[in-house]
Write a protein that binds this ligand. Structure first.
Ligand code: GDP
Ligand code: MG
Length: 553
């Protein structure tokens, strides 16, 4: 029998790292139905009967963001067999806030205390298990420690089918009980009752209670609000944090290293310094672009691309193709389709792969070691001015290599509005493949002026800024970008497998387009070129070919 385990946790708690460490390479990535929130699933590599589903990173189960709505409707409607709650132990208090809510769903919870490789506090696991009524396992997703015992607990717990919740104070528990009895038979769960008590508009709509029931519930809510002299949400939040505070006092022995600055903090004092941050960033990017796309003897990306264009797709493959065509006496029209259409079209695209891969390797290293999170943080102040969040920076940066993985990278932006805005503007960034076209125009129309190429680049960036400002005028995008909440992970050495994994993921989305969309359009273009109005076509073709030869693209 298959076990469905839902991976949940705060943004940046290490969910993706854990997911990659647990699942085999056969992952399925897609979107949740109807929304652009990433959905990932894969099976546990040591036991394929366990299906792991990666939910969006969330801070609570309230309906404040699309991610929270997606995550909670999944948990309530699909009812997975077990919730694997990933906790960033270096931020225990904030992360346990979500845990207290997960315990209310009546789905067995297994808590994975992640980041134990950098946490020095002593945690009394036995006590913690008693507080949470759920098994707790110390792990490090990064160092791949404790994963087997974590998954053993997942398997054990999945058989249980029930979960003891965390309890509020007496009067609130009584109210929850009373509300539960008013609900439709299939929805008499603690979770629904709590959401009704909280006045959660989405849930109230879903339940469509009678007027008299609604009045009874309002009375119950008001009685509690009067008793605690606060609004219901604040009362519940305060009780959750009270519980967490007591739990931490009882279970955690803090190591007294508060005053000593960690290595990570010391790096940050330079790298995120008000004056040095930008110059350091520019220097790093300059170095990376030189290696990936420059024209120096150590620009390995360019060397690879030159080889791919001149040798692989310029001689080797067309040569082989020629022999095959000759050997089988292939029809000349089909031969032309193969050579001039497919090999030329797809080859021109695949020629960029070396440059793009080198760029992506470096970007993945920066991401994995924790620097990218700082860059997003540094850029946030600037980006906010035209309505984007600092988190849009990484997609824009990736898009300078290729727009497809750039837009894919915007999946990590939690706020739906910010993400859509990023997706809509990222396409303007001049990517690797647009540069030769810009060069062609500069050469063919503007007498090879270098100003044109430069300004095309600047116009691309300006288009991002201007469209950001314009889109903000629409109702759907109005309002401030979400406040910048992001855990800055401690710096660490990038892991080879993570870097290769994300380079591959991004590079592959480029190659996939080359094999599908670009293959198709090459065929269409070849057809139009070969069977169109011959005179006009040939002329344009010849003209472009001449230009290309003249300016040596
Ligand atoms: P997600 O947002 O929950 O998917 O988090 P990620 O998996 O992207 O991880 C966020 C950051 O925490 C990355 O820089 C990871 O390398 C780092 N990280 C994840 N797990 C661990 C861990 O066990 N120990 C340490 N030191 N860092 C970790
Ligand atoms: Mg993630």
């Amino acid at each position: 029998m298959e076990i469905k385990a839902a991976l949940t946790g705060n943004p940046n708690c290490g969910k993706t790292t854990l997911f990659n460490a647990l699942t085999s390479s056969k992952q399925r990535v897609g979107n949740w139905p109807g929304v652009t929130v990433e959905k990932k699933e894969g099976t546990y590599k040591n036991d394929p009967s366990i299906l792991i589903q990666d939910l969006p990173g969330i801070y609570s189960l309230s309906p404040y963001s699309l991610e929270e709505v997606v995550a909670r409707s999944y948990l309530v409607q699909e009812h997975p067999d077990v919730i694997l709650d990933v906790v960033d132990t270096s931020n225990l208090e904030r992360n346990l806030y979500l845990t207290t809510q997960l315990l209310e769903l009546d789905i067995p919870v297994v808590v994975g205390l992640n980041m134990m490789d950098i946490v020095e506090d002593k945690i009394d696991l036995k006590k913690l298990v008693r507080w949470l009524n759920a098994p707790v396992v110390e792990v490090s997703a990064l160092k791949k420690q404790g994963l087997e015992s974590l998954m053993k607990q997942v398997k054990n717990e999945s058989a249980k089918k029930e979960q003891k919740p965390f309890l509020f104070s007496r009067s609130i528990e009584d109210a929850i009980g009373s509300i539960q009895r008013l609900l439709p038979e299939t929805k008499q769960t603690r979770w629904y009752a709590l959401k009704v008590l909280e006045n959660d508009s989405r849930i109230l709509e879903e339940l469509s209670l009678s007027k008299t029931d609604q009045q009874k519930i309002t009375k119950l809510r008001e009685a509690i609000e009067n008793e605690f002299d606060d609004d219901i949400e604040s009362i519940l939040t305060a009780q959750r944090y009270d519980f967490i505070e007591k739990l931490i006092q009882d279970c955690v022995k803090r190591k007294r290293t508060k005053h000593a600055m960690s290595v990570s903090d010391r790096i940050d004092s330079i790298v995120t310094n008000r004056f040095l941050a930008l110059p350091i960033f520019v220097l790093i990017m300059y170095g990376i672009y030189t290696i990936a796309m420059g024209s120096t003897p150590f620009s390995i990306g360019t060397i690879g691309t030159d080889w791919a264009n001149d040798v692989l797709f310029g001689e080797t493959i067309p040569g082989m193709m020629g022999s095959v065509i000759q050997y089988f006496h292939i029809n000349p029209i089909l031969a032309s389709l193969l050579k001039d259409g497919i090999v030329a079209g797809v080859g021109a695209t695949l020629g960029f792969v070396p440059q793009i891969l080198v760029l992506f390797v470096f970007l993945s290293i920066l991401e994995d070691c924790g620097y990218m999170a700082r860059v997003a943080f540094i850029m946030d102040r600037l980006f906010r001015k035209f309505g984007l969040s600092g988190k849009s920076f990484i997609p824009l940066l990736v898009a300078t290599g290729c727009g497809v993985p750039g837009i894919m990278a915007s999946r990590t932006i939690e706020q739906d509005r910010d993400r859509k805005l990023t997706i809509m503007t990222t396409g303007f960034i001049p990517c690797g493949a647009k540069m030769p076209i810009i060069g062609l125009f500069a050469g063919a129309i503007f007498g090879n002026s270098s100003l044109v190429a430069t300004s095309a680049f600047v116009i691309g960036i300006a288009a991002v800024v201007v469209s950001g400002i314009m889109l903000k005028k629409f109702k759907a995008f109005a309002g401030e970008p979400a406040p910048f909440v992001m855990e800055l992970p401690a710096y660490h050495f990038p892991s080879l497998s993570n870097v290769l994994h994300s380079t591959w993921e991004r590079g592959f989305s480029f190659i996939k387009r080359a094999g599908t969309l670009i293959l198709l359009s090459s065929i269409v273009l070849w057809f139009l070129q070969s069977f169109g109005f011959v005179n006009v076509d040939v002329k344009i073709n010849m003209y472009i070919n001449d230009e290309i030869n003249m300016y040596n693209f």
